[in-house]
Design a protein around this ligand. Structure first.
Ligand SMILES: [Zn+2]
Ligand SMILES: [Zn+2]
Length: 371
């Protein structure tokens, strides 16, 4: 039996003692070992640590570009030894005594964010800024995540949502992270009928954002990406959407909008040029929503944009609309299954990462199956 070792001692990522001493059971968990290195390790199965916890037997997990950021050391909060993975679905195995909204046997989505539901920020729906020490993105970063057979979910009443019977695990897989992000970004962008909406970035989050923007029924939607194959994917699935490459984007937007630019811009790409593209393609008084996570600071050239009177909205997802997105999936109004292009068993997760990281074979999202 291989126990995970870190710096010469046996290591329990949650640092509360080894659960193996309690029940002697182990599981496989994909683990951030050190910068540049993830490994599938045998680890103690998680156990309830708090009355508000639940233990979820994971059925499907997915790989997110944030996992790659952890691997490459660009998420300083990520703790070596932690089990990665923050987008998954499963079946509740055990709940703490204070958990009321789910029970063992329920199929659930797991929220990327941990939030208490009670602090000032949670009460306002700004759950990304929950003041709990583990508030915000903790799963698969600061505490053990879900690219594993089991995951412990704190504040289970907030962090888990029951999957409707008519919705499959695969249909629900992206609810807790990229779809939550897309839904939030569309919600805060003040989209109205007749608007021209520009979405920059057609990766997994951009494609989820696109679907959620379409729910607001704007007049036109333009999607921009550097990758022509992703634009072809957009045209194939959403023929009513216009697509454009970054070159000549501003002219394209001007030609397809009524008031000198996009009425709302959602920047989901996060590359070097895209912040400038976002505000440059916006009409005066537009909302520019910045969902992207940049590698470095961006320039806000206020003299140049003076008089344009833009509204910027920035930040990380307030992922508290999962019940609503599950309802929309059940109603056939959202469908993220075309984004899941590949599926691997947990034992082959390293190959799944390799494919995802190197964007081979038209990959958009990879599902990892625990069964
Ligand atoms: Zn993610
Ligand atoms: Zn809170």
């Amino acid at each position: 039996m291989y126990l995970y070792e870190w710096q010469g001692r046996e290591y329990a990522p949650d640092a509360t003692g080894l659960s193996s001493e309690r029940d002697g059971t182990f599981m496989l968990a994909y683990t951030y070992v050190e910068r540049g290195k993830f490994e599938l390790l045998e680890k103690p199965k998680p156990f309830l640590q708090n009355a508000r916890d639940a233990i979820v037997k994971v059925t499907l997990a997915s790989i997110c570009s944030s996992d790659l950021h952890i691997k490459h050391g660009s998420v300083p909060r990520a703790v070596p030894g932690v089990t990665v993975g923050h987008e998954m679905v499963g079946v509740v195995e055990q709940v703490g005594s204070a958990v009321t909204s789910v029970k063992p046997g329920d199929r659930v989505t797991v929220n990327v964010e941990t939030f208490c539901g009670e602090c000032f920020f949670c009460q306002n729906g700004w759950v990304n800024n929950c003041t709990d020490p583990n508030g915000g993105w903790a799963l698969g970063c600061r505490i053990d995540g879900g690219q594993a057979e089991y995951v412990r979910v704190p504040y289970a009443d907030q962090g888990l949502n029951k999957i409707p019977d008519e919705v499959s695990d695969r249909q629900a897989l992206l609810v807790g992270d990229v779809l939550a992000t897309g839904y939030w970004a569309a919600r805060i962008s003040e989209i109205k009928a007749q608007d021209t909406v520009l979405i920059i970035g057609a990766g997994p989050t951009g494609l989820c954002t696109l679907q959620c923007v379409l729910l607001h029924r704007p007049g036109r939607v333009i999607v921009c990406d550097v990758d022509e194959s992703r634009l072809a994917f957009v045209r194939a699935h959403w023929p009513e959407v216009l697509t454009a490459a970054p070159e000549g984007l501003k002219e394209f937007v001007l030609a397809h909008s009524d008031h000198g630019g996009a009425d709302a811009v959602l920047e989901v790409a996060g590359s070097e040029e895209t912040f400038r593209m976002a505000w440059d393609c916006a009409r005066p008084n537009a909302v520019v929503t910045v969902v992207a996570l940049y590698d470095g600071p961006q320039v806000l050239p206020l003299p140049e944009m003076y008089g344009k009177n833009l509204v910027f909205k920035t930040g990380g997802v307030d992922g508290c609309d999962c019940e609503e997105t599950l309802r929309l999936i059940a109603a056939g109004k959202l469908d993220t299954t075309p984004l899941i292009t590949h599926t691997y068993p947990l034992k082959d997760i390293a190959a799944a990462y390799d494919l995802f990281e190197h964007r081979r074979d038209g990959v958009i999202k990879v599902a990892v199956s625990m069964e």
